[in-house]
Design a protein around this ligand. Structure first.
Ligand code: CA
Ligand code: CA
Length: 213
């Protein structure tokens, strides 16, 4: 079961915008799970991740070495390496849109699963991306339906890594919750082909949406 946030806050308002670029050390009240629930933690990083040919080289908010993002470093030493990061509590009167940027670049990329979590209920899947998505920050947008928003929910990020190699870092940045359905919700993203990846890399600039699917 998920533990309670030490920095729990509730966002309940007619017009809500909650944003987290992970620039603050408190990571806006996001919290890790005890490693009995998962097996790894997310790390707040900046610049490049320690391993070559995987992970972002800058964050998404600032697009430079000073900006921060959250990532999970790939490891070969663990069985089913997995790390959960849970958001603070959000509530809304109507549908809400959850949006964030993700970076999944490398030869051994596993899966990023995103869930909503209401009280003590099961995690319910919102979105997932699997495999190498190219060396870009891409956007994901998913609508939280009204009945969930009214009850109040958290968003849970689960990085499920492959054990096959260390080029498998998964990163997220610029998390946002706004009122209303997402204008352009994104589909799940699976492995991309190399030609498409090159196009995405050419197009990608910090601040744009990186050509997300
Ligand atoms: Ca950032
Ligand atoms: Ca953990």
């Amino acid at each position: 079961m998920l533990t309670n946030s030490p920095n729990n806050f509730s966002a309940f308002a007619g017009k809500t915008t909650q944003f987290c670029g992970f620039e603050d050390e408190q990571i806006c009240g996001f919290y890790q799970e005890d490693n009995r629930t998962d097996s790894l933690d997310w790390t707040r990083g900046s610049g490049s991740t320690p391993s070559d040919d995987t992970g972002p080289s800058t964050d998404h908010t600032c697009g430079n070495n000073f900006g921060h993002y959250m990532y999970v470093e790939a490891t070969r030493t663990q069985r089913n390496p997995k790390a959960l990061l849970t958001s603070p509590h959000f509530r809304g009167m109507d549908d809400q849109c959850v949006e964030f940027f993700y970076h999944m670049y490398g030869r051994h990329i596993g899966t990023l699963n995103v869930f909503s979590y209401v009280d003590d209920a099961e995690l319910s899947p919102l979105w997932r991306a699997y495999g190498n998505q190219g060396n870009v920050w891409s956007t994901a947008r998913m609508t939280i339906p009204r009945h969930v928003a009214k009850k109040g929910y958290k968003v849970v990020f689960e990085a499920a890594l492959l054990q096959t190699g260390y080029q498998g870092d998964i990163a997220i940045d610029d998390f946002r919750v706004t009122d209303g359905k997402c204008v352009r919700p994104t589909r799940d993203a699976s492995q991309i082909d190399p030609r498409r990846q090159r196009r995405r890399e050419r197009r990608s600039q910090p601040g744009d949406d990186g050509g997300a699917v």
